[in-house]
Design a protein around this ligand. Structure first.
Ligand code: OGA
Ligand code: MN
Length: 279
């Protein structure tokens, strides 16, 4: 007779509308037994925190692979180093300045990544460098019905170029044109997922709402950002060494909170390939 052992997912909610702390051991996470439970949970709560789990890079990649298709920016398949320190990260430190503002990763792609995972190697001083998250499913769900009716069919043009103005108000034309080469991408304001659930598609790449004047467009984009990032729907994670945090990139926005680029803050990131297009 064989005895089947099942590992139970152990977690505690952080807030009613966002976040859960997963309390299983590293070995339990790496076994893959919890993968379906974790996928279901992250779709509900948006953000999973694995407090001081202490993944090595190889373990983080292995854990990521249990949850879906691992995708990497690096030819050698390694994790990405996330830091604003230009000495550590010459290629992307400039681009990462945009990560200080609320965003969804991959709004320039038809199929954005499903989820990302950050592991804290070196935290910034307390009070700086938290990562903020907000639940864009819950933010949509809780809008009044009349507001939903006004918003549900709107389309929004996204670009990388609008993000430069958040951190550099007077960029050179050459710099602007460089960012414009990435192009623009028209997306629905309200994403209807395959599950039938709906979420808001916002963030610092959102440039203009089609079919309305510039002020009405800004009111929609910035008013909804203020709503979605409000206390009820958001969580700010203060990092300790070894923490790993994973977010559902299709149902949340996130941002790094300000930190000194020279403070040494270092995160290692893995990503899960997208599974459905914005629709
Ligand atoms: C990212 C990101 C935020 C942070 O890795 O996509 O936005 O806190 N990171 O470093
Ligand atoms: Mn990001």
């Amino acid at each position: 007779m064989s005895v089947a052992t099942t590992t139970a997912l152990r977690f505690e909610k952080i807030k009613d509308k966002i976040g859960a702390r997963v309390l299983n051991t590293k070995a339990e996470l790496l076994s893959g037994d919890l993968a379906q439970g974790l996928r279901d949970l992250i779709e509900q709560v948006g953000v999973l925190v694995f407090p001081q789990i202490g993944f090595t890079d190889d373990e983080q990649i292995a854990f990521t692979r249990t949850l879906g298709t691992y995708t990497t920016e690096n030819a050698d398949g390694s994790v990405s180093k996330i830091t604003l320190d230009a000495r550590e990260n010459p290629a992307s430190a400039e681009y990462l300045k945009g990560s200080l503002y609320w965003h969804i990763d991959g709004t320039m792609n038809g199929v954005p990544i499903f989820a990302s995972m950050l592991s804290c190697k070196v935290p910034s001083p307390k009070g700086t460098g938290n990562t903020g998250f907000c639940n864009t499913y819950a933010a949509w769900d809780d809008l009044p019905a009349e507001r939903k009716a006004e918003l549900k069919d709107l389309r929004v043009v996204h670009g990388v170029w609008p993000t430069v103005f958040y951190y550099e108000p007077e960029p050179s034309l050459a710099k602007l044109k460089g960012m414009m080469r990435v192009g623009e991408n028209e997306l629905p304001l309200v994403w209807t997922h395959k599950s039938g659930r709906q979420s808001l598609v916002l963030g610092c790449t959102a440039q203009r709402v089609l079919g309305v004047d510039a002020m009405a467009s800004a009111e929609i984009i910035h008013g909804l950002r203020e709503w979605a990032t409000g206390e009820a729907f958001s969580y700010s994670h203060e990092w300790d060494v070894g923490d790993c945090v994973m977010w559902d990139n299709t149902g949340t926005m996130h941002r790094a909170e300000w930190y000194d680029p020279d403070c040494g803050r270092m995160m290692h990131r893995t990503k899960l390939e997208g599974e459905e297009p914005f629709a």
